[in-house]
Design a protein around this ligand. Structure first.
Ligand code: IPD
Ligand code: CA
Ligand code: CA
Length: 265
C-alpha cells in the first residue's frame, strides 16, 4: 500500500491520471457512444454516456490502487465512505451535454480534500491539452505556469459565466431570475456547459466571475481551490465562505464579488 506522503505527491499522479482519462474521452468523442437518460422522465435532459462511465472506472481504479485507504466521491458511482481523512472528488466528464452533441468543451475534474479542507485540484481539458492545477498554499498553475485571476473591477467591463440546473424546467429556483438581473449589467455572459472549466477560467483570468445553483461537489471541488489559489474569492450567495456542498457558488476575481452578489440576492 502506498502512503500519500505530502499533498505535493498528487501532481504527478493527477497529471498521469487525467492524461489517461482524457485519452478515453477523446476516443469516444471521435467515435461512437451510447447515451442514457439518468433521471427518467423527471429530468430527461440529465444524461450519461459510455465515456463518463469508462473514464470514471479508470480514475477510481487508479485511486484505489495507489491510495487504497482513501475515500472517493464520484459522480457515477454510489459512495462507500469509510471515514478516511482523505477524500477524492471526481467528475470523470464535466460537460456531458456538450460532449453528447459533439461540442468540443468538456473536461475532467478531480479535487482532493484532507480533513474536509480542499488541498489540491486538477481540471484537465483533453482537447486543448490544458491542465489547471492548484495546491493549497502553493498557488494555481496552467501547464506548470502560475495563473492569477483578472483585474476587472467593474461589472460593465466583466465577462461572467453561469449555468442552469437540470431541473430548470420544473423547479422555480432555476437561475433564470438571477440570469436576467446580471445579463444587462455585464460586458458579456456565457453559458459554456462545463462548470469545472468555468471555474478554471476564472482562476486563469479568462472570465471575471461565475455563479451557479445546485452544483454537486464534483462540479466544483477542483475549480474552487483553483480560484482561491489564483487570488480570487469563493463564497455562497450571501458572501459567506463556503464549501463543496454549497447550494449556490459564487467565484470571482474578488474585485467584482460584492457587486455580483448584490444582483444575486
Ligand atoms: C454539468 C456541467 C454544467 C452545469 C451542470 C452540471 P455534467 O455537469 O458542469 O455546466 O451547468 O449543472 O451538472 O453533468 O456535465 O457533469
Ligand atoms: Ca459535472
Ligand atoms: Ca459529469
Amino acid at each position: 500500500m502506498k502512503e500519500l506522503v505530502t499533498v505535493r505527491d498528487v501532481l504527478p499522479f493527477l497529471s498521469r491520471l487525467t492524461e489517461e482519462a482524457g485519452q478515453v474521452l477523446l476516443s469516444y468523442f471521435s467515435g461512437s457512444f451510447r447515451i442514457e437518460r439518468k433521471g427518467g422522465d423527471e429530468t430527461p435532459i440529465d444524461i450519461v454516456t459510455d465515456a463518463d462511465r469508462v473514464s470514471e472506472d479508470l480514475i477510481l481504479k487508479a485511486i484505489a490502487r495507489e491510495f487504497p485507504d482513501h475515500d472517493v466521491l464520484a459522480e457515477e458511482t454510489p459512495p462507500a465512505l469509510t471515514g478516511s481523512r482523505w477524500l477524492w472528488i471526481v467528475d470523470p466528464l464535466d460537460g456531458t451535454v456538450n460532449f453528447a452533441h459533439g461540442l468540443p468543451l468538456f473536461c475532467i475534474s478531480i479535487g482532493l480534500m484532507h480533513d474536509n479542507v480542499l488541498v489540491a485540484g486538477m481540471v484537465y481539458d483533453p482537447l486543448r491539452r490544458e491542465s489547471f492545477f492548484a495546491l493549497r498554499g502553493e498557488g494555481a498553475f496552467l501547464d506548470g505556469n502560475r495563473i492569477e485571476v483578472s483585474q476587472a473591477d467593474r461589472l460593465d467591463r466583466s465577462l461572467v459565466a453561469t449555468g442552469f440546473p437540470y431541473d430548470r424546467g420544473t423547479a422555480p429556483d432555476n437561475n433564470v431570475k438571477e440570469f436576467a438581473s446580471v445579463v444587462t449589467r455585464v460586458q458579456g455572459i456565457r453559458r459554456a456547459g462545463s462548470a469545472a472549466l468555468d471555474l478554471a477560467y476564472v482562476a486563469a483570468g479568462r472570465l471575471d466571475g461565475f455563479w451557479e445553483l445546485k452544483l454537486k461537489p464534483w462540479d466544483m471541488a477542483a475549480g474552487m481551490i483553483l480560484v482561491e489559489e489564483a487570488g480570487g474569492r469563493v463564497s455562497d450567495r450571501t458572501g459567506s465562505p463556503t464549501d463543496v456542498y454549497t447550494y449556490c457558488v459564487v467565484a470571482t476575481n474578488g474585485k467584482i464579488h460584492d457587486p455580483l452578489l448584490k444582483l444575486l440576492i
